[in-house]
Design a protein. Sequence first.
Length: 272
Amino acid sequence: MSYVTLAEKAGQLRRDIVEMLYRCQSGHPGGSLSCVEILMALYYETMKTDPKNPLWEDRDRMVLSKGHGCPALYAVLADMGFFPREELWSLRQLGSHLQGHPDMVKTPGVDANTGSLGQGASIALGMAMAAKYKKASYKVYAVLGDGECQEGMIWEAAMAAAHYKLDNLTFLLDHNGLQIDGSNDSVMGLGNIEAKFAAFGFECLKVDGHDIAAITAALAVPTFGRPKFICCETIKGKGVSFMENNAGWHGRPINPEEYAKAMQELGGTVDA
């Protein structure tokens, strides 16, 4: 798929995210919109998956550790054919398989239940260790949030990943600089996050988190005996002017006027 086509696809996925969240009047717009290209680089350009066989044993695994960003993941999975796109509109509704946080039992294509921040890194670590033990070829990826990196479990997982030389494990950070209570710096500064992961023994790279080609290239960089950390610099609420770089849009309902403006800015239409 060409990067021009992928750019167009990113617009469609963002419209689907806004549509989902507007219909359910709940969820997390800012962090869902910021991680779209990260997930696209993984699912469209890098990972081995099979929508017709979601539990394929040799598939690559992806753990959305920042589970509140799941509307972006659902939009990608639906686009790939893991389930019909029309099911997106049931997000957070009673009886829907699309929960407010990922559920691997209910949703085809989801590899881990996440939601309590910090735990996804450890889940991915376990998956990568299992692959090494079984001498399996699949790789494991975890998408982290920056506010989440204030959790101690992240650093326990990082220490173990380097100790066990898990070169089949990659952490990607959705580094938009904001969390529910404000900026990372005002809540608990992360400092030089790349230097921290490097000190823990990771191969570290930094990219524009909205540049699919750059993320894909970073994912392809080989590591030998070391896990990888990719700091993806992103914009919270990317693509919607009044949501961009606004911590207030971490999680709040979208009203009709905001919905119309967002869809217009994302190149969509709104039925009268």
